[in-house]
Design a protein around this ligand. Structure first.
Ligand code: ATP
Ligand code: MG
Length: 447
């Protein structure tokens, strides 16, 4: 993309309404625009990162054997009356009526809808196990929407639902989701720690929340510092293997790590004092096992191996897709702007032309742009007639992890400059080498 042709409405002033750094940078970098309290338009660059996050989630869900589909955002109240949650859900549910006076609502979550699809189409244990999910907009009329996309009223969520014949199978689904989520967050450059949590209105006993440590997090968390040493890395896992998924669960959840809702001071005190940590965290996901709560209420049964109707065991699993943008920025920025992890960056690298209109510089930039694009990479070429300082400030603000700077003086010596956004390290090298370096970082092979 050439910046002169893109739509990147960068703000010079720091917006006064933004209290935390991710909100400030998302507004300043032209990623979102507020339309009402907790409701945002996603401008092109914000939308691009949202899509990258979504792609990672879809890829990792597919690896775990989960099946994507899409539910409507508007639902009738009837299903929620059937499950008994319509009255109980409270003020967070946005309720409305259609022209016939029928009660409708904007989905705050979708246990009922998925259970309804299941009960309509699945009747035998032979069709199990089954895990269906969607990535869809949700609405919760939060009392205090704040911090930009972190606590919106309209927000984008991945929500998945497993249907299993037995508790044992459903617990395997739970463990499989835990493993799959660990991989998902790591690919986004995040450490999200699974913590024992409280189930809230979804219900059930077994639940873990995934928290990203950040001073601006809304949850108070208590943990053994050893949990921050754990990484899933690129190990291979067979998601069908009960033992393998169980082993990962044990590895990642055996040390003390809890949110304030489930915190137990006596247990915490058994952790050696030098490893006890109290901090703040951002909840980026949660997994639940809730047994037959919804299948009982909505009559979701299958014919079991013995021929008898058996209610299915279920769980649900959520990732805060739009909140993740804020969480990633909270975890990865400096005083000049965002620092995108390579896995979610909106463009793979920036190209800065120090002297637009200089024949050699223009030609070298065009050649870099063409070569990187041919490798399947997306560079953002700042081809505007602007001062170098302004171009650098924009690149730093929008946080592309790599920048190639091209100027007439360097070109005379046959070099361009490659800059790492995270470390600020600059290296001069010939353009071909710069291409090879960027290609290698993103796992592409330069020709
Ligand atoms: P919270 O405790 O933060 O209100 P929750 O536990 O009610 O969240 P879940 O039902 O577990 O939320 O939803 C799954 C994920 O959706 C959460 O882990 C979170 O990342 C995200 N999420 C929930 N509420 C919001 C919101 N208002 N704005 C943005 N993301 C949200
Ligand atoms: Mg939650």
């Amino acid at each position: 993309m050439r910046l002169s042709r893109y739509f990147l409405p960068v703000l010079k002033e720091t917006p006064s309404e933004a209290q935390i750094v991710s909100h400030r940078y998302m507004l300043r970098a032209g990623m979102i625009k507020q339309q009402a309290a907790g409701i945002y338009s996603w401008l092109p660059m914000g939308f691009k990162v949202l899509r990258k996050i979504e792609d990672i989630i879809h890829e990792e869900q597919a690896k775990a054997g989960h099946i994507a589909m899409q539910m409507p955002t508007l639902q009738t109240a009837d299903l929620w009356r059937e499950s008994g949650r319509y009255d109980g859900y409270g003020e967070e549910m946005l309720r409305m009526q259609d022209r016939h006076g029928r009660d409708m609502l904007f989905s705050p979550t979708a246990e009922e809808l998925f259970t309804d699809v299941f009960r309509s189409h699945v009747s035998s244990y032979k069709d199990l196990p089954l895990t269906l999910y969607q990535i869809q907009w949700k609405f919760r009329d939060e009392i205090r929407p704040r911090f930009g996309v972190m606590r919106g009223r309209e927000f984008y969520m991945k929500d998945g639902y497993n249907f299993d014949l037995s508790k044992e199978d459903a617990l395997h689904a739970y463990n499989r989701h835990l493993v799959s989520y660990l991989r998902t967050y790591e690919r986004m450059g995040l450490q999200a720690i699974p913590m024992r949590a409280d189930s809230g209105p979804i219900g059930g006993d077994d639940t873990h929340e995934f928290l990203v440590l950040a001073e601006t997090g809304e949850s108070e968390v208590f943990y053994d510092s050893e949990v921050t040493d754990l990484t899933f890395g690129d190990r291979e896992i067979d998601f069908d293997s009960v033992e393998q998924c169980q082993a990962v669960l044990e590895e990642f959840t055996s040390r003390y790590a809890r949110t304030d809702e489930t915190h137990d001071e006596a247990l915490f005190n058994q952790v050696p004092q030098e490893r006890r940590r109290v901090a703040r965290g951002i909840e980026v996901g949660q997994i639940f096992y809730f047994g037959t709560k919804y299948s009982d209420a909505l009559g979701a049964t299958v014919q079991g191996p013995d021929g008898k109707p058996t209610p299915v065991h279920m769980g649900s699993h959520g990732i805060g897709v739009s909140r993740l943008l804020g969480a990633i920025i909270e975890a990865s920025h400096d005083d000049k702007g965002i620092i995108w992890p390579e896995g979610v960056t909106p463009f793979h690298c920036g190209i800065v032309n120090l002297k637009q209109g200089d024949e050699a510089a223009d030609e070298a930039c065009n050649a870099l742009y063409a070569s990187l694009s041919a490798l399947g990479l997306e560079p953002l070429y700042d081809d505007r007639n602007e001062r170098a300082g302004g171009k650098f400030a924009t690149m730093d603000l929008i946080g592309l992890p790599w920048r190639i700077t091209v100027g007439p003086r360097g070109l005379k010596n046959g070099v361009v400059e490659v800059t790492c956004r995270r470390t600020g390290e600059n290296t001069e090298m010939p353009p071909e080498q710069a291409i090879a370096k960027i290609a290698e970082i993103y796992g592409k092979v330069a020709g």
